[in-house]
Design a protein around this ligand. Structure first.
Ligand SMILES: N[C@@H](CCC(=O)N[C@@H](CS)C(=O)NCC(=O)O)C(=O)O
Length: 228
């Protein structure tokens, strides 16, 4: 059964990114909408009525409001029929997905919003944590002996890992260079046609650490939760 899907988010490259990548990979159609365009209201007015008061949210058939980016990932995987049915592998995939998702804070807000001295301090403070988590991920993918974390084809967990590793390059492009197997993983994801298409077209995030902006339809917009 085909569902109408509407992914609601803000102007930032953060928690809607893995759902977008997975939707493109699975060739599932969806509308990508800014909160203010969907609701025609400022986020401060919308927020109290959202199930967990944060975005992203996937609206299914104008009726079901699914919050929490990891719940959205699992839903898309199920919808596409690529959910991992083996309970052990499924648990391992979930552990990888959660461990990658823990990189969200402080990596994503720092890249999308921090500037100047604050950016440098946050970057330097989080570097040991990133190195340690990247080391764990590198070890796990090496041990899997597969192209991706679970199989030779990617699953939800791979796109969550991809997003955070990819974003780390905008924080400090040297961190990922310590992990050749993770760099190969990033390349393999980027080589998938439907994913490459999306990556080539997605809004570019520019002026990180100075005055971050997303280039949307050729126009630079400051990152944030406000219409510009
Ligand atoms: N655990 C949630 C976190 C969602 C979240 O932190 N959303 C942020 C943007 S990335 C947000 O809605 N910020 C606006 C606000 O909190 O008012 C998820 O994974 O979806």
């Amino acid at each position: 059964m085909k569902h109408k899907l509407e992914l609601i988010y803000f102007k930032m490259r953060a928690l809607a990114e893995a759902p977008r990548l997975l939707l493109h990979y699975t060739n599932i159609e969806y509308d990508d909408l800014m909160s203010w365009d969907y609701y025609n209201k400022d986020w401060s007015e919308v927020k109290p009525n959202i199930p967990f008061k944060q975005l992203p949210m996937l609206i299914v058939d104008k009726k079901h409001h699914i919050c929490q980016s990891m719940a959205i990932m699992t839903f898309i995987e199920n919808l596409a029929g690529i959910n991992i049915t083996d309970p052990i592998l499924n648990a391992k995939a979930n552990a990888i997905m959660q461990s990658a998702q823990e990189l969200f804070m402080p990596l994503n807000p720092t890249v999308n919003f921090a500037t100047g001295e604050k950016f440098i301090k946050k970057r330097d403070d989080m570097t040991p944590y990133l190195l340690s988590r990247f080391e764990d991920l590198e070890k796990i993918i090496k041990e899997s002996k597969k192209k991706f974390f679970i199989y030779d084809e990617p699953r939800a967990c791979d796109f969550v890992v991809f997003h955070h590793l990819d974003l780390s390059k905008l924080l400090d492009q040297s961190i990922i260079k310590n992990f050749p197997r993770l760099e190969k993983f990033l390349e393999d994801i980027m080589l998938i046609d439907s994913v490459k298409n999306y990556l080539d077209k997605r809004p570019k995030l520019i002026d990180v650490s100075i005055e971050p902006k997303l280039i949307i339809d050729g126009v630079p917009h400051p990152t944030g939760v406000k219409k510009t």
